[in-house]
Design a protein around this ligand. Structure first.
Ligand code: FE
Ligand code: FE
Ligand code: ZN
Length: 280
């Protein structure tokens, strides 16, 4: 049986080897990190020594796929062409860096259309992806399911489908399902998990699903708020979380916590999720 892939969001400030060690120290076997300051700015130079040390460490400790997260400031469908240019440059540079760690994943928030309408937003996002994705790329780019706060694109499976349909190298694209976001968006993963996954399969194909952000929500169903809560303390709750980590259609995927926690808190939640896994 394949190992349960579980991790959390870690600070990238000390490099890849340090993140790998930190992950192992809290019982994780994968992790997520920001490619640069989440509010934007320059990325650190690639440190080949650190990458080599990480790759050796990862092999030794069975760290599998890791997940990079784009900065929040990246808005692929901003109305301002300068901001779209910034998003394009940032993503192209992030992908180039991720290619030093072949075969991993890069997640981004599709963007906010800010009064331009969803269709315009979808077109800009697909345009950017068509510009930055290249044939030899080994990094899978993940579109994150969004809560629908403000004018976020990606609040429904259909909106993600519309983006994917316009991308030429669509085989380089996957989806990251954020449990807090989809619940806030109006997908009832508490009472109708099977239906939601069937809908996902029907519209996007479950083979498109590459990662889960496992977060509880501070807000009730369909609130479009996007405030993460500790596992079991929010509106999604412990029982639904147990069903999610044990669902046969999800069990092979990597799960990443993005709950409001310090490292010790993450260690506790990782132990909790592991204790819920059936048959291990
Ligand atoms: Fe995110
Ligand atoms: Fe997320
Ligand atoms: Zn969120």
């Amino acid at each position: 049986m394949k190992q349960f892939q579980i991790g959390c969001h870690l600070s990238a400030s000390k490099g890849f080897l340090s993140m790998g060690q930190e992950a192992i120290s809290i019982g994780a076997n994968t992790f997520q990190f920001f490619t640069r300051n989440p509010r934007g700015g320059q990325a650190k130079d690639i440190d080949v020594k650190d990458i080599d040390a990480f790759l050796a460490f990862a092999k030794e400790h069975q760290i599998e796929t890791i997940l990079a997260h784009a900065p929040y400031t990246l808005n692929a469908c901003a109305a301002d062409s300068g901001l779209r240019m910034f998003a394009r440059r940032t993503m192209a540079d992030d992908i180039r860096r991720m290619e030093f760690l072949p075969g991993n994943m890069y997640n981004f928030h599709p963007g906010s259309h800010v009064k331009q309408g969803v269709d315009v937003g979808v077109n800009y996002i697909a345009e950017l992806l068509n510009d930055v994705i290249f044939e030899q790329q080994t990094t899978t780019i993940l579109l994150e399911t969004m809560s629908g706060k403000g004018s976020e694109v990606g609040r429904s499976f259909e909106e993600l489908r519309a983006i994917i349909d316009k991308v030429k190298l669509e085989e380089k694209l996957g989806v990251c399902l954020d449990t807090c976001h989809v619940y806030d968006a109006g997908y009832d993963i508490v009472n109708r998990l099977d239906d939601v996954l069937n809908e996902f399969d029907h519209i996007l194909g479950l083979n498109r699903l590459k990662a889960i952000h496992i977060n509880d929500s501070k807000n009730p169903f369909e609130s479009h708020k996007d405030r993460h809560e500790l596992i079991g303390n929010g509106y999604i709750g412990e029982e639904a979380m147990k069903r999610i980590v044990n669902h046969p259609q999800l069990t092979h995927l990597p799960f990443y916590l993005e709950t409001p926690n310090d490292l010790q808190g993450y260690a506790r939640e990782i132990a909790l999720l592991k204790s819920w896994k059936e048959g291990i």
